[in-house]
Design a protein around this ligand. Structure first.
Ligand code: CTP
Length: 477
C-alpha cells in the first residue's frame, strides 16, 4: 500500500481481493477513502468498485466475516453496503454512466475501471487501488489525481460542464472540498460552476443543505461562502445572505459591508466552537439588517430591531433549508434575538438587576451567547478590539459574581404554581400567574433573595393584596 494501513484493514482488503478473484470480478478501492488516506485523514468509509456485480461481491464478502453482517442492497443503483468493525463498506459494479438532462436518475451501463474513474466528480476522487492478488496495492491514477492532491487542486476528470450537468450537486461538493481541504478550484472548473449554476435547482434541498452544513463545519467557512457568492450559487440557495452585501453611502457616511462582516464573525467563532448550530447563528445573526436599515441624519445608519426580525427570518430560512425545526432552531433564534444584549451591558455602570436578567434569559446558553458576541467584534483597529474584549472580560466577571450569589443560570421558580394553589386553596387561575410573575420580577430586581423562604413570604403578601385567603400550610412562615 502506498499509505500506512492497519494490519486488520490490510487483511480485510486482501480477503475482499481474494473473493473478487474467485468471482472473476477484479476489485478496487476508490473515491474518498483513497483520497483521505493519501492526505493522512482518518476514514472508515470504504468504497469498492468491481468489474462485475457489486451486490454479488458484497454478499460473498459478508459470508467470510464473523459475525456475518447484514448486507443492504440498493438494487435500483446496483450497490450494496455492509458494516464491519466500525467500518462502512460500499460495493458497486464499475459503470459508464450517463444522465438524462432533466434528471439525476442514472441510466446505468457496465464499464471498465477507467470508465468508472472518468465519470467521477474530481480527479482526487478518481484514484483507485487494486485489491487483486496480481497487483495488490497498485495505484491507478489515469487523471493525475496524485499530482492534483499535492498541488491542492480540484479539477474534474472530464469536461467540467459535463461533470456538473450530470450531477449538479458536484458544484456544491467542489466548493465544500475547497473549504474542507483548503484546495483551489482549477479555473476552467470554477468557470463551469458559474455557467451551470442554474442546474442546482434540480437538486433536493436536503442534499444542498448537507453540503452547506459541511462548509459550516470546516475550519474556515468563509472560503466556501466567498466561492458560493462569486459563482452565483449563493443567490440561488441562500439569497438572504447575498442581500447583506454592499456598502451604501449617504451624506458621506457609509456602513460596513455586512456580508464580509458576517463571514468574519463565522470564522472568528469557528476558532472557538465546533457547535454547528452556533455557527448557523453566527451566519444569520445580522440577516435582518437589510430589512431594517434606515438613515438618520442625526446618528447615521441604524438597523433597529434587526435582532427580533432576524430571529423571525431564521425560522423561515430553517424551513426553506429543511433544517431541523426542533430545539436547534429555537437555539439559533435565541442567539440571533439576544446577540445585542451583552454589548449593552459592557458599559461601566452595569446594574446587578440587568446582569441578573441576562443570566435568567440566556440560561444555559450564556457561554454560547458570549462567544457569539466576542466573535462579533471585527474592527480592523487592534486597540478597539482589545478594548471591546476587555469590556466582555469585565462583563464575564460581573456575571460570575452575580451568578455565585444568586444562582440564576438555570433558574427554577422557588415557589411553584402547585404550591401557590395549595396555599390559597384555589385552582389554576389568573392570580397564580400574577403571583409567579411578581416573585420572578422581585428576584430579578434584587428586591428579595432567590430562595424559598423569601419567595413564600412574598407569595402570601401578594395573595392578600389580590384578595386571596391563605390556608394554614406547613410552608406558611
Ligand atoms: N461521487 C461523485 N459524484 C457525487 C458524489 C460522489 O462522483 N455527486 C464519487 C466520488 O468519486 C466520491 C465517491 O463517489 O469520492 C464517494 O462519494 P461520497 O462517499 O459521497 O463522498 P466522499 O468523496 O467519500 O467524501 P465525503 O465522505 O466527505 O462526502
Amino acid at each position: 500500500m502506498i499509505f500506512p494501513i492497519h494490519k486488520e484493514e490490510q487483511d480485510l482488503l486482501r480477503m475482499i481481493g481474494a473473493v473478487a478473484g474467485k468471482l472473476g470480478s477484479p476489485a478496487y478501492l476508490v473515491g474518498g477513502y483513497v483520497r483521505d488516506k493519501m492526505l493522512g485523514r482518518d476514514t472508515k468509509d470504504l468504497d469498492i468498485v468491481c468489474l462485475g456485480s457489486g451486490i454479488a461481491l458484497a454478499e460473498h464478502v459478508a459470508d467470510q466475516l464473523m459475525p456475518r453482517p447484514h448486507v443492504t442492497v440498493f438494487r435500483r443503483f446496483g450497490t450494496a453496503m455492509l458494516h464491519h468493525q466500525g467500518r462502512e463498506l460500499e460495493f458497486v459494479g464499475a459503470r459508464k454512466e450517463s444522465y438524462r438532462e432533466d434528471s439525476r436518475k442514472p441510466a446505468v451501463e457496465e464499464g471498465s475501471l477507467e470508465d468508472d474513474q472518468f465519470r467521477r466528480d474530481f480527479t482526487i476522487n478518481a484514484l483507485a487501488i487494486s485489491l487483486n492478488d496480481a497487483d495488490f496495492g497498485n495505484l491507478l491514477d489515469p487523471f493525475n489525481g496524485i499530482a492534483h492532491l499535492s498541488e491542492k487542486i480540484l479539477k474534474t476528470p472530464m469536461d467540467p460542464g459535463k461533470t456538473f450537468s450530470d450531477d449538479p450537486l458536484r458544484m456544491m461538493r467542489a466548493i465544500r472540498f475547497a473549504t474542507q481541504l483548503g484546495f483551489t478550484i482549477e479555473e476552467e472548473t470554477l468557470q463551469a460552476i458559474g455557467k451551470y449554476k442554474e442546474r442546482i435547482r434540480i437538486i433536493s434541498q436536503e442534499r444542498i443543505t448537507t453540503e452547506l452544513n459541511k462548509i459550516l463545519e470546516a475550519p474556515t467557512p468563509s472560503i466556501g461562502f466567498r466561492l458560493l457568492l462569486d459563482t452565483g450559487l449563493l443567490d440561488l440557495i441562500l439569497p438572504e445572505l447575498v442581500e447583506l452585501k454592499g456598502v451604501e453611502f449617504k451624506e458621506g457616511i457609509g456602513h460596513k459591508d455586512n456580508f464580509y462582516h458576517t463571514l468574519q464573525v463565522v470564522d472568528n467563532l469557528c476558532k472557538r466552537s465546533d457547535d454547528l448550530w452556533l455557527r448557523w447563528a453566527a451566519l444569520l445573526h445580522d440577516i435582518a439588517k437589510p430589512a431594517t436599515k434606515r438613515f438618520d441624519p442625526e446618528v447615521g445608519w441604524t438597523f433597529h430591531g434587526h435582532d427580533a426580525l432576524g430571529a423571525n427570518m431564521v425560522g423561515k430560512i430553517f424551513r426553506k433549508m429543511r433544517l431541523p425545526l426542533d430545539h436547534k432552531l429555537k437555539f439559533v433564534q435565541k442567539m440571533v434575538r439576544m446577540h445585542l444584549r451583552p454589548i449593552s451591558l459592557t458599559q461601566e455602570d452595569i446594574t446587578d438587576s440587568a446582569v441578573r436578567r441576562l443570566l435568567f434569559d440566556a440560561g444555559e446558553d450564556l457561554e454560547s451567547l458570549l462567544m457569539l458576541c466576542e466573535a462579533d467584534i471585527t474592527s480592523k483597529n487592534p486597540k478597539k478590539v482589545s478594548r471591546y474584549l476587555d469590556n466582555y472580560r469585565h462583563l464575564r466577571q460581573k456575571l460570575d459574581e452575580v451568578e455565585e450569589s444568586d444562582r440564576l443560570r438555570n433558574w427554577q421558580p422557588p415557589v411553584s404554581g402547585e404550591l401557590i394553589m395549595a396555599s390559597f386553596g384555589i385552582g389554576p387561575c389568573r392570580e397564580v400567574g400574577l403571583i409567579k410573575t411578581r416573585i420572578r420580577e422581585a428576584i430579578l430586581d434584587g428586591e428579595i433573595d432567590n430562595n424559598l423562604e423569601a419567595a413564600t413570604r412574598l407569595m402570601f403578601s401578594e395573595g392578600r393584596k389580590l384578595g386571596l385567603i391563605a390556608r394554614q400550610t406547613p410552608t406558611n412562615p
